[in-house]
Design a protein around this ligand. Sequence first.
Ligand SMILES: C[S@@+](CC[C@H](N)C(=O)[O-])C[C@H]1O[C@@H](n2cnc3c(N)ncnc32)[C@H](O)[C@@H]1O
Length: 167
Amino acid sequence: MNPLIIILFGAGFIYLVFQLISWTFGAGFESTRNKPLKTIIKFANPKPEEKITDLGSGSAKILLALKDSKAKLYGYEINPILVIISKIKTRKYKNIYIRWKNLWKADLKNFNTIIIFQFFHLMPRLEKKILKECKPGTKIISNTWKFPNLKPAKTEGKIRLYIVPKI
Ligand SMILES: C[S@@+](CC[C@H](N)C(=O)[O-])C[C@H]1O[C@@H](n2cnc3c(N)ncnc32)[C@H](O)[C@@H]1O
């Protein structure tokens, strides 16, 4: 068999295995598109020294879009291929930290803003985690999917901004 075909099949197989890991623990990889990204940046409105995380940071597109804000930007990503790609893409920026970590194990209490683009069936569990760990006033920006109980403070297209309430 042609070695190029073997390499292509091998790469495709490895990619599928890592997508399966993402699907097992959360959503598969899909990059946020440019129009919703503008809304995310507007809603995040980051200030220097704030801590912002993208839970399931994919290829670091959102973190890179926020890089000039001087906020501290944390990406948690379960797919090691995307972690390597993100580390390479963000290597010049001292305010971007990419972690190979399951988002369910991330401690959310110190973040000012949390960005998520996961999948509908995870939203109830994410809502519970956020309400348990986040300080009142924390901004949560969700691409596409709604929380079951929290009401958005703002909605623009598929992007919703939530503010963690005092309980
Ligand atoms: C829909 S993509 C969003 C990528 C990026 N946030 C963006 O908007 O461009 C979801 C990402 O979450 C990652 N993911 C899924 N489950 C995860 C988990 N339990 N912990 C960390 N990352 C996870 C996937 O590998 C994928 O890269």
